[in-house]
Ligand binder design. Structure first.
Ligand code: NAD
Ligand code: USQ
Length: 388
């Protein structure tokens, strides 16, 4: 029998291509999503640059092309605990992949309403998933999408380890060796929810022996994967607006429509990146390499390279002659930082890193070029400020 996996947030940017990848690999996939991301688009008067199809159309096209069935359940996991638990008891999944959170840092910083929504939603979803696994009594492997930003991006000169740090504490004339979780240093309310998630995982793993993998993912770029390219109806979302658009995709889209590349501040910020195809690869690898019973939370850094923003903008400008514009940074963050990230855990289980290459950059720009008439230029500049 095929292994059963729930993909929470499987209608979103990372969840949709991952659900298709897992279905293609033979998993029996159920997507659970409350479609809140589509509703936030309506609230913000924005749309994905790519014309994403309704979830039922996506799934019927997938079935027609591959013969594979993906089930969809419209559940708000933060609010509908009993319905969610009932579904777990009914379907008895082997694994749950958890993408279902409000994931934009700028959206989380807009106002007290979006701050409260982000905290309430993200923490409730994560805690409900953990409590439901315990209530079900099943041995379910939970794979969660965390973020590199739980650590801040400054590194005291060392590369960021995968979750744990060996330290020597010197106090009262005594030296003690111990292992700690790498210190959290979030830079937005959104990132703060991910540090709180990490503590919930630590606790449930210690107390209830849950098997958990927490993936600290960098900024995802690109649009389509092997599976979403199979048909226009499967196209992935492409966020470009000031709240949900992430930096590299924004630069690529801006270049395609002739808008200056918007660097916030100096551009000396270094960030970690990963291509969307590698996101799906990593989830598949994490599912194939679960922690054993009794093992501590497995923490993987899910990033393939690091770059400064000025370096990225320079690369795209060289390719396209796009103008680069520095604008006042709306965020509170270091103007400049070094960032090195260990990613041995994924390399050791066979991740084939897709690195930034001109071919791939062009591919994303072609997507942007194809849909540029859908772009609303009034949505490009940032409107959310970290301090009022
Ligand atoms: P997304 O907003 O496109 O997708 C999240 C999905 O979760 C949406 O479809 C949304 O409707 C759903 N969802 C949210 N709250 C829910 C709830 N209460 N109940 C049911 N469904 C709910 O975001 P994404 O870019 O696909 O990110 C997915 C995960 O990966 C997030 O947890 C994010 O923090 C993490 N991540 C994303 C990136 C990135 O660059 N996109 C980078 C690192 C980590
Ligand atoms: N930035 C610009 N110009 C832009 C947009 C952003 O200079 O037009 C800068 C920001 O100031 C920041 C950096 O680019 O220094 C990254 O911003 P981003 O919006 O691309 O990414 P971020 O807010 O960090 O969040 C994204 C995802 C989030 C995920 C995170 C991974 O939205 O879900 O957790 O990347 S990480 O950054 O590694 O923590």
């Amino acid at each position: 029998m095929n292994k059963k996996v729930f993909v929470l947030g499987g209608d979103g940017f990372c969840g949709w291509p991952t659900a298709l990848r897992l279905s293609n690999e033979g998993y029996d996939v159920t997507i659970i999503d409350n479609l809140s991301r589509r509703k936030i688009d309506i609230d913000l008067y924005c749309e994905s640059l790519t014309p994403i199809k309704p979830i039922d159309k996506r799934l019927s096209r997938w079935k027609e092309l591959t013969g594979k069935v993906i089930d969809f359940q419209l559940i708000d996991i933060a609010l509908e605990y009993d319905v969610f638990l009932e579904l777990i008891n009914e379907k008895r999944p082997d694994a749950i992949v958890h993408f279902a959170e409000q994931r934009s840092a700028p959206y989380s910083m807009k106002n007290s309403k979006t701050k409260r929504y982000t905290v309430n939603n993200n923490i409730s979803v994560t805690h409900n998933v953990l409590a439901a696994i315990v209530d079900s009594g099943l041995d379910i492997h939970l794979v969660h999408l965390g973020t590199m930003g739980v650590y801040g991006y400054g590194t005291a000169g060392i590369s960021i380890p995968e979750g744990y740090l060996n330290v020597t504490i010197k106090k009262d004339g005594i030296e003690a060796d111990t292992e700690i979780l790498y210190p959290a240093n979030p830079g937005s309310i959104y990132h703060t929810t991910k540090t709180l998630d990490a503590l919930l995982f630590f606790y449930y793993n210690k107390n209830d022996k849950l098997r958990i993998t927490d993936l600290h993912q960098g900024i995802v770029w690109g649009t389509n994967t092997t599976e979403t390219k199979m048909h226009e109806d499967l196209v992935n979302r492409f966020d470009y607006d000031g709240d949900y658009g992430t930096v590299l995709n924004r630069f690529l889209m801006q270049a395609a429509i002739g808008h200056p590349l918007t660097i916030y501040g100096t551009g000396g910020q270094t960030r970690a990146f990963i291509h969307i195809n590698n996101t799906a690869d990593c989830i598949s690898l994490a599912l194939q390499n679960p922690p054993s019973n009794g093992e501590r939370v497995k923490i993987f850094n899910q990033a393939t390279e690091t770059h400064t923003l000025i370096e990225l903008a320079g690369k795209i400008s060289k390719l396209t002659n796009a103008e680069i514009k520095h604008i006042d940074n709306p965020r509170v963050e270091d103007a400049k930082n070094n960032l090195k990230v260990d990613n041995d855990n994924f390399l050791n289980v066979g991740l084939n890193c897709i690195k930034l290459q001109d071919g791939l950059l062009e591919e994303v720009m072609e997507v942007a070029e194809k849909y540029k008439d859908r772009a609303d230029q009034s949505k490009i500049l940032p409107t959310s400020k970290w301090r009022k």
